[in-house]
Design a protein around this ligand. Structure first.
Ligand SMILES: Nc1ncnc2c1ncn2[C@@H]1O[C@H](COP(=O)(O)OP(=O)(O)O)[C@@H](O)[C@H]1O
Ligand SMILES: [Mg+2]
Length: 501
């Protein structure tokens, strides 16, 4: 792979995690060797190029700006060979602006000189970012993650079985990261313990990159949202082996829009449970601060962790501010070309900040809008949350008569799921303060009505804002629940306060 790459382009950028630097140099030397070319390495540690095996001597007198300009215009670049600059761009950023400009111009000149010399190649091995403006000059190459065979060999050398379970545990890590993970397994640990330690190591490491694995196993139930729940069963079916046999494409993912508190995050967790895939929460702030190339690497890591649900909360944050166009490009390509068993869920409150490309057909399989729950849905949600404290709510109509339900449902119009949960919690907590030790919490209508008064809803605070979100979103999305009439629905009234159903 690398040797073919060396054949085709004069300037090559390879971005790697810092710990992979030595491995990458070795692989480059191997690839250069296959083409009978010597390999020369430069780093800011010393002056000029040196061979891979002669370690550079630390030189305290280096004038970095002078050194970089010299080495970029070096006469030796006229001779055949592979010239590797280690973290050159990281060093350039540290120079005063005039020298930065000169260094960048030298790189451009290098491109035009080397275009005619197929046996001289320049590789920029970077742990940071290669500036976007060089995109046309420097061929960017993402160092691939190790294959299953490579991971297997590593496991075997640490006396662990290269079976599916262990391969899965270590997937998404680079070879050096795998080595570090294996090193910290307790000596003499049984296989289960070893697997657990490896997984914990991976999760802790991924957290530092902004990827948080959420393995939520407690069964929860979500009230209402029948359409989206139904669609989820189809997604489940599309991931089955039968679907592959019928050539049904792998699902890509969903975009879910709705005002805060309508249960979007909660639903993502339910998806994780129903599909049996772990949820990988992608911390957009951390990821954005790492830059576009790191983000590409992270996506490759996520793909390697299949099956999983990559989850982007507040997805619109990606597309605000600096470099948003570049991030958009990466995400669009990824969604288009993704062949891994991953189901992307992206949630957001308002569609305004989202580039229209993302809602076009072929990106996400579906774009849902989660509305305020209908009366029937409010009953389901209230009942679910009351049942956490009062067993009577676990069956039938719970502790309320149909007439009582009508009263509380009327008082909770335009409440979100989160606010309904809050009402149940407020009611239960107030009762808890009153009961004797060993007593039961019994939530009745007056308790719910009193709790309702304590919860200040988003809608009452900002009705115009909420309506604006709704109106805009509904043009692009499909509803996540069918508004079927239900005995608990309130009468719909026309302009003259006449009931219409
Ligand atoms: N449809 C629902 N059914 C049950 N609980 C819900 C529902 N919607 C919201 N909730 C409750 O509200 C809480 C907050 O919802 P969340 O998913 O964080 O909202 P969002 O992500 O849309 O802002 C959830 O943890 C859950 O307890
Ligand atoms: Mg949320």
């Amino acid at each position: 792979m690398l040797d073919r790459l060396l054949l085709s382009k004069p300037l090559i950028g390879i971005q790697i995690p810092i710990i992979e630097q030595q491995n990458s140099l070795l692989k480059l030397a191997e690839a250069a060797g296959e083409r009978n070319l010597p390999l020369w390495v430069w780093s800011a540690l010393s002056t000029g190029f040196h061979g891979l095996t002669d370690a550079p001597q630390w030189d305290s007198t280096i004038d970095l700006g002078h050194e970089i300009l010299t080495v970029l215009q070096s006469q030796s670049l006229r001779e055949n060979g592979v010239y590797v600059y280690v973290d050159l761009f990281t060093a350039i950023v540290a120079l005063p602006p005039p020298q930065q400009v000169q260094a960048e111009l030298s790189i451009t000149a290098l491109f035009f000189t080397l275009r005619q010399s197929p046996d001289t190649r320049v590789v920029f091995l970077e742990t940071g970012e290669i500036p976007h403006k060089f995109i046309q000059l420097i061929h960017n190459y993402n160092f691939p993650l190790p294959t299953a065979i490579e991971i297997g060999e590593m496991l075997t050398s640490y006396q662990l079985p290269p079976d599916g379970k262990f391969l899965n545990t270590l997937s998404g890590l680079t070879l050096e990261e795998i080595r570090m993970a294996l090193k910290q397994v307790s000596p003499g640990a049984d296989l289960d313990t070893a697997a657990e330690q490896l997984l914990n190591y991976k999760y802790a490491l991924f957290a530092t990159y902004g990827l948080e694995f959420i393995g939520d196993t407690t069964t929860k139930d979500i009230g209402g949202l029948d359409i989206i729940k139904q669609s989820l069963t189809f997604v489940q079916k599309s991931f089955s082996p039968q679907a592959r046999a019928y050539n049904i494409p792998l699902p890509k993912g969903w975009l879910i829009v709705g005002v805060p508190g309508t249960g979007k995050t909660y639903f993502a967790k339910i998806c994780s449970q129903k599909l049996g895939f772990p949820l990988v929460n992608i911390g957009i702030d951390v990821v954005k601060s790492g830059g576009v190339t790191k983000f590409k690497q992270l996506l490759a890591r996520i793909d390697a962790c299949e099956p999983c649900i990559p989850y982007f909360d507040e997805f619109d944050k990606f597309f605000i501010g600096e470099k948003s166009g570049e991030f958009l490009g990466v995400i669009l390509t990824w969604l288009n070309e993704k062949t891994s068993k991953t189901f992307v869920i992206a949630t957001l409150n308002r569609l305004e900040n989202l580039p229209p490309e993302l809602t076009r057909a072929g990106r996400f399989d579906k774009v849902f809008y989660v509305d305020f729950p209908t009366a029937a849905e409010r009953k389901e949600i209230l009942q679910l949350h009351c049942a956490r404290f009062d067993d009577r709510y676990k069956t039938g109509n719970g502790a309320l008569t149909p007439q009582e339900w009508t009263v509380i449902l009327e008082r909770t119009e335009k409440c979100t799921g989160a606010e309904l949960a809050q009402i149940a919690i407020e009611a239960a907590t107030a009762l808890f303060y009153e009961i004797e030790d060993g007593g039961q919490i019994s939530i009745d209508l007056p308790d719910l009505l009193a709790a309702r008064k304590c919860v200040h809803t988003l809608f009452s605070r900002n009705p115009e804002g909420v309506m604006a979100i709704e109106n805009r979103a509904k043009n692009f999305t499909q509803p996540s629940s069918s508004n079927q009439p239900h005995p608990f629905d309130l009468p719909k009234q026309d302009l003259y306060s006449r009931n219409t159903n």
